[in-house]
Design a binder for this molecule. Structure first.
Ligand SMILES: *Cc1c(COP(=O)(O)O)cnc(C)c1O
Length: 418
C-alpha cells in the first residue's frame, strides 16, 4: 500500500515556523479513529477493554486522549504507573504487566488499585511477603517452544524470559486461590509486530483451551483473558495492513467455539496493544542539513538515533517521504544519517529517494510507537519535542525538547550549567 504522510507540506511548513525541527508529530484523528475501530471489532464482548501499552508512547496527552476513547493503560514500570495516574487513569483501568519486578513497583500498583499481571511463579511468595495479595490477579503464560502461523511468521516463546510454564500456571492458580485471591485472569504475548489477521485468533485458541482446563482443574473464577500486544503495522509499502474487524471476528469465532460451550461465555477479553494503536499515527520530521559524497551518497539530517532507535537497534525499515516530492522519481540512492559517532546511526541505507536538496523536510513514517520512547542520550544528544496535530488542524506542543540543562541535571552537586 502506498504510504502517504498524514500532514501536508504546507501544514508542516507552518508548524516548523513555530516549532523547529526535529520533532515527532502525532495525528489525533488517526489515533481516535483506530480506538473506535478496535472497540467495534470487539463489541461482541461486553467486558472488552484495550489497555494501551504505555511504553509505546509514554505521553500524558496521548494517554488522556486514549482514555477519553475508553482505553486503559498497560504499565510495566513505576514511571509508567505514575504517568498513568497523573493522566487520570487509575484503579482497574490500569494493568500492571511487568517482569523481574521490584516490590516497590508492585506496591505502587497495589496502592493505585491496578490489576497485577504476575510474570513468574516465584512472585506469588514475593508479592505476598512484601505487599500482600490482591483480590484479583492475572498470570502470564509462556507455552515454550515455537509459535508459528501459516504465513511462516514465527516467534520463539521458549527463548523468551517471560511468563509461567504450563505446570507452574496450574500450580500457581491453586496456590493463589488457597491464599484468598478471588478473581483471575490469564495473559500471553507470543509474537511481536504480526502483520497477519491470524495472530490474535490463533493465540486466543491457545489461551481459551488453557482457560477451560484451568477452570475445570482448579475451580478458579476466571474473569478475563488478556491477548496482550503484538498486533503489527505495515512498516514497508508492500505489506498489507491488519484488518482489526477481521481480527475481532476471528477471536469471536474461537470464543464461541471453545469458551461458550464450556460455560465461560462471561469472560472478558482484554488487549494491550501499543504499536497498532499509535504506530502509524506518528512521524519524525527532520531537515536535510548536509550532503556528503564519498564511497556512497549520504544525506545528513538534524535528527539522529537519539530520536528513533529502531533502525539502529533492529535494522528496522522506516519509510521516508521527502515533503513536496511525493510524486518525484526515486532516482537517487542515499544513506540517510544522523550525527552520532556511531555508524549505525542511519535512518535508511541504500534507499532510493527523490533528489534531496539542503533544507528539504524529511518525513520518517510510523514512529508513533516505540519511537520517541526508545530514544536515548548517547553523545549527549537531547531528545526532541513531541507535537500533537489536533483534529481542528492546530498543532500543540505536548513535550518540549530536552535542553543541556536537562541532560546535566543529575550533576546536582556541581554548577556545571546554571
Ligand atoms: C510491549 C508490550 C505490549 C505492547 O506491544 P505492541 O507490540 O506495541 O503491541 C503489551 N504488553 C506487554 C506486556 C508488553 O511488554
Amino acid at each position: 500500500m502506498e504510504k502517504r504522510p498524514f500532514v501536508t507540506k504546507e501544514k508542516l511548513e507552518e508548524i516548523v515556523k513555530e516549532f523547529p525541527t526535529p520533532f515527532h508529530i502525532y495525528d489525533e484523528k488517526g489515533i481516535r479513529e483506530t480506538t473506535r475501530k478496535v472497540r467495534q471489532a470487539f463489541a461482541w464482548n461486553p467486558g472488552f477493554k484495550e489497555y494501551f501499552a504505555v511504553k509505546a508512547t509514554p505521553n500524558p496527552f496521548v494517554l488522556k486522549l486514549l482514555h477519553e476513547e475508553g482505553c486503559g493503560c498497560d504499565c510495566s514500570s513505576l514511571a509508567e504507573l505514575v504517568m498513568s495516574e497523573a493522566s487520570g487513569v487509575t484503579g482497574k483501568d490500569v494493568m500492571f504487566s511487568s517482569n523481574m519486578t521490584p516490590w516497590e513497583e508492585y506496591q505502587k500498583a497495589m496502592d493505585m488499585g491496578a490489576i497485577i499481571n504476575l510474570d513468574d511463579f516465584t512472585h506469588i511468595d514475593y508479592l505476598e511477603e512484601h505487599c500482600g495479595l490482591p483480590e484479583t490477579i492475572s498470570c502470564r503464560f509462556n507455552p515454550g517452544g515455537l509459535f508459528q502461523m501459516s504465513n511462516g511468521i514465527m516467534d520463539n516463546p521458549g527463548d523468551s524470559k517471560y511468563g509461567f510454564t504450563r505446570d507452574q500456571l496450574f500450580e500457581g492458580m491453586k496456590i493463589l486461590k488457597e491464599r484468598g485471591v478471588k478473581h483471575f485472569g490469564i495473559h500471553a504475548f507470543l509474537a511481536s509486530n504480526t502483520v497477519t489477521n491470524e495472530y490474535y485468533p490463533q493465540l486466543a485458541g491457545v489461551l481459551f483451551k488453557l482457560a477451560v482446563e484451568l477452570v475445570q482443574e482448579t475451580g478458579i473464577d476466571l474473569q478475563f483473558i488478556n491477548l496482550s500486544g503484538g498486533v503489527g503495522i505495515p512498516y514497508t509499502p508492500d505489506q498489507e495492513p491488519n484488518d482489526i474487524l477481521a481480527i475481532g471476528e476471528g477471536v469471536h469465532k474461537v470464543y464461541d467455539k471453545i469458551l461458550v460451550p464450556a460455560g465461560l461465555g462471561h469472560v472478558s477479553i482484554y488487549t494491550e496493544m501499543g504499536r497498532y494503536m499509535t504506530g502509524p499515527y506518528g512521524a519524525l520530521v527532520t531537515r536535510a542539513i548536509h550532503e556528503k559524497h564519498i564511497y556512497k551518497e549520504y544525506i545528513g539530517c538534524d535528527a539522529c538515533a537519539a530520536d528513533l532507535m529502531r533502525p539502529a537497534m533492529y535494522g528496522a525499515y522506516h519509510h521516508i517521504t521527502v515533503m513536496g516530492k511525493e510524486d518525484a522519481p526515486c532516482d537517487h540512492r542515499y544513506d540517510v544519517a544522523g550525527s552520532l559517532c556511531e555508524n549505525n546511526d542511519k535512518f535508511a541505507v541504500d534507499r532510493w529517494l527523490p533528489k534531496i536538496e539542503m533544507g528539504d523536510l524529511l518525513y520518517i513514517h510510523d514512529t508513533g510507537a516505540h519511537g520517541h520512547a526508545m530514544g536515548y542520550n548517547y553523545n549527549g544528544k537531547p531528545r526532541h519535542a513531541e507535537i500533537l496535530l489536533k483534529e481542528d488542524g492546530s498543532a500543540q506542543l505536548i513535550r518540549r525538547a530536552e535542553t543541556l540543562k536537562d541532560l546535566f541535571a543529575t550533576f546536582d552537586f556541581c554548577d556545571i550549567l546554571k
